[in-house]
Design a protein around this ligand. Structure first.
Ligand code: ADP
Ligand code: ADP
Ligand code: MG
Length: 472
């Protein structure tokens, strides 16, 4: 029985896991670097331990984390996302020390962490994959030959890539030549591995992914799909659930494909099967993320399930408490990733002190964040500073609520992507619910928002008034 969990992460996802623990009467243990001494996850956990002065090393050291979990009497480790979440070494180190890793087995993580291997396994299981190279490319010459066979444009991808990094579109042999070295060195730097492979570029694709859950007894269910087509440089910014672009039949189809993929991988715990959905209506397996995802929130909002609690129950050996037919979609949900970045300055990270933070309220709003007024965003980590999630009974209500909520919230002291999202919400193509992954690139005018006349001023004035009232 899991009674105490070490959370091997920081930021909003650490806070999210702490909340699940609190509801399940499980003790939570936080870890922190020197830079995170005043972070919210440290304040919110039942116990917190420093893991060294280095900003990253502690969060990235599986053996140190596992030792600490054993020393502090934990039964389990939750990896969150990023850091060691998709590193099979943490899962293996937990197993070796008799700790429960809240995620799939190390072998599953290893298989899915290699995009080429994952493609091979999925193709063998009858799940459609994008046309591409059979395995990793040995040389530039091999890449050029494969690209000629597949046909341009192609996507050159790092086998171990993630977070939108290590991916380049190549429209001709010239571009492939230019990108080949670049992607290899990017991959070596970011992921410590230099293998690359090729996929055919699917024109005007939609990113459709399916949340799955598998227990120890062979039960696998899906919690329907998310549409993450609103991206910049292959990174998700706004996510929707369910996708406004699928017919009921396509929804069932992609759900079945995801379950087929998860079964083939003997998948346990929560995972996400990512697909590309072509303009001609085909689904292609792209990759599987073997962890909780940033956008799991919107699936929780439309299904009423708590995915983090389900992860913990599954890891604890409990069978899934519901069947596929029990999972119902209720309305629509949308998540905005509020990044501390300046969209007008090529999305340059904007770190510093949060001078004012005013959280919106009212029906259908959820904020997952680790910021607070006075918090200083350190420059060493991801720039995600809040997730704003809205829910509506209908697509129209969702859009109206999104506008209202983004008008309500205020974050002062750093630049954020908030005003950019307000502008996107006004765009007829976005409102139509029909867009592909090229949407933001095709609409550079969305960056022409005004900060002066925005809602920011009014909302910040409200925040200031409230702060003055309570004597902050
Ligand atoms: P999601 O798939 O949940 O939408 P993202 O792609 O936005 O997540 O990644 C979430 C976090 O995890 C980011 O900080 C990202 O840099 C990190 N991340 C994702 N994949 C990897 C990977 N393969 N290696 C290292 N970090 C990763
Ligand atoms: P990551 O591991 O960084 O999440 P993915 O393989 O999931 O990388 O791809 C990230 C994004 O890149 C996708 O959501 C999609 O927008 C784009 N992409 C990836 N492969 C293709 C492809 N073959 N054709 C068109 N777009 C693609
Ligand atoms: Mg992906």
């Amino acid at each position: 029985m899991i009674r105490k969990i070490l959370i091997a992460n920081r930021g909003e996802i650490a806070v999210r896991v702490i909340r699940a623990c609190a509801e399940m009467d499980i003790r939570s243990v936080a870890i922190f670097s020197e830079a995170d001494r005043f972070a919210l996850h440290v304040k919110k956990a039942d116990e917190a331990y420093g893991i060294g002065s280095d900003e990253l090393a502690g969060y990235l050291n599986p053996h140190r984390i596992v030792n600490l979990a054993v020393e502090t009497g934990c039964d389990a480790v939750h990896p969150g996302y990023g850091f060691l979440a998709e590193n099979p070494e943490l899962a293996a180190a937990c197993a070796a020390r008799g700790l429960i890793f809240i995620g799939p087995e190390a072998d599953t993580i290893r298989l899915m962490g290699d995009k080429s291997e994952a493609r091979r396994a999925m193709a063998a299981a009858g799940v459609p994959i994008t046309p591409g190279s059979a395995g990793n490319l040995e040389s530039l010459e091999a890449a050029l030959a494969e690209a000629a066979r597949i046909g341009y444009p192609v996507m050159l991808k790092a086998t171990s890539g993630g977070g939108g990094r290590g991916i380049r579109r190549c429209d001709n042999p010239q571009e492939l030549k230019q990108n080949y070295r670049r992607v290899i060195s990017e991959a070596q730097k970011a992921f410590g591995r230099a293998e690359v492979f090729l996929e055919k570029y699917i024109p005007a694709p939609r990113h459709i992914e399916v949340q799955v859950l598998g227990d120890h007894y062979g039960n696998v269910v899906h919690l329907y799909e998310r549409d993450c087509s609103i991206q910049r440089r292959n990174q998700k910014l706004i996510e929707l659930a369910p996708s406004p672009q699928l017919t009921a039949e396509q929804r069932q189809q992609v759900g079945r494909l995801a379950v087929q993929a998860a079964r083939a991988a003997h998948y346990r715990n929560a995972g996400t099967v990512e697909f590309l959905f072509s303009a001609t209506g085909e689904f292609y397996f792209m990759e599987m993320n073997t962890r909780i995802q940033v956008e799991h929130t919107i699936t929780e909002e439309i299904t009423g399930l708590d995915i983090v609690k389900e992860q913990i129950r599954i890891a604890d050996g409990q069978p899934l408490s519901f069947r596929q037919e029990d999972v119902q979609i209720n309305g629509y949900a949308m998540q905005f990733r509020i990044n501390a970045e300046d969209p007008k300055n090529d999305f340059l990270p904007s770190y510093g002190r949060i001078t004012r933070y005013y959280a919106p309220g009212g029906p259908g709003v959820r904020i997952d964040t680790a910021i607070y007024t006075g918090y200083e965003i350190p420059p060493y980590y991801d720039s995600l500073c809040a997730k704003v999630i809205v829910r509506g009974r209908t697509w129209e209500e969702l859009l109206a609520r999104g506008r209202r909520v983004l008008g309500d919230i205020a974050i002062g002291g750093v630049r954020t992507t908030l005003p950019f999202y307000r502008k996107i919400l006004e765009h007829p193509e976005f409102q139509s619910g029909r867009f592909d992954t090229g949407f933001l690139q095709e609409h550079p005018e969305l960056l022409n928002y005004s900060l002066k006349q925005g809602h920011d001023e009014a909302a910040l004035a409200v925040a200031a008034a409230i702060a003055a009232h309570v004597g902050l």
